[in-house]
Write a protein that binds this ligand. Sequence first.
Ligand SMILES: C[S@@+](CC[C@H](N)C(=O)[O-])C[C@H]1O[C@@H](n2cnc3c(N)ncnc32)[C@H](O)[C@@H]1O
Length: 294
Amino acid sequence: MASVANQPLDFYSSPYLAEHYDLICAQEGSFFEDIEVFYAELMKIRALKHAKAQDPDALTIIDAGTGTGRALYSLTQRVLQSGLNLSKMKLLGFDPSQDMVDRAGQTRDLKGAEHVEWICASAVDLNKIVSSRGLQGKVDLIMFADGGFLHLTTPEEGREFLCGLKTSLTPGVGRACVSITSRESVDDLHYYDTGAPGKDVVEYASQQYPTFIYRNTLTGMEEAGTVGVSSFQFEVWKVHEDGRRELVESQATRLAGRWWTQNEMKDLIKDVPGIQLIEVAAPDHRQTFYTIGV
Ligand SMILES: C[S@@+](CC[C@H](N)C(=O)[O-])C[C@H]1O[C@@H](n2cnc3c(N)ncnc32)[C@H](O)[C@@H]1O
């Protein structure tokens, strides 16, 4: 089990799975009140920039573990709603799944921004991502939404990402906002259908591939200390006009996550020189947000 974190996660590893993730998210409306948290943080950052005679509209925002770009896209829509525009914004979303970032690029229209990039990379490479773009000390907001940080399953991986914050964030202004999903709230999610007591069958109709439906069955759950690994059988079915179903693809996938406790997070942040924990907020039972500055 010690090597679990080093095995690739394949829960997000096909165009079908990328769409499946978006269909799950569309069902989890209440889970995604996170955008108001990120938006409030962005408004504080704008105020800090203003106070330091920096242009508050010129914002560089990174979405770590962006998946299909949900948080970055929704945040920009929230900004637009408030009457601000994106024309001086540099936006970068990254995720280790090429399929997820491909879908982000295909489905998230961020044309109004000054610069947009979707790249395939891990959060442990934040330092490299930022340095290779000349963004050291210039990043205003880094989001790590919807428990993406849980996929960093060892303290070494967590620390590597946090060290990247030191390189990235604008001193005295920049903030990172990391969401940690609570263990209890996972039962509210609809990641899988049959195979779990108390879970109804959930089938998702594809919009990208009309006549296809997705089913995801939980096949196993293991725990080693605070690291949990779930296994699934993900199926893509074609529904013919006469109602007959034909299996198009069946793939075994895994999802590994560490249930970081509040004390573990606080200790991890405290141990990285040059970064500070600014706030811990748990607006509801679903997730806790850690705001970090330099
Ligand atoms: C639950 S999804 C969240 C996606 C997106 N942030 C959102 O809010 O919709 C978790 C994401 O974390 C990504 N992930 C897994 N390992 C990662 C790593 N080492 N670094 C960054 N992201 C990672 C997965 O590929 C997946 O897209």
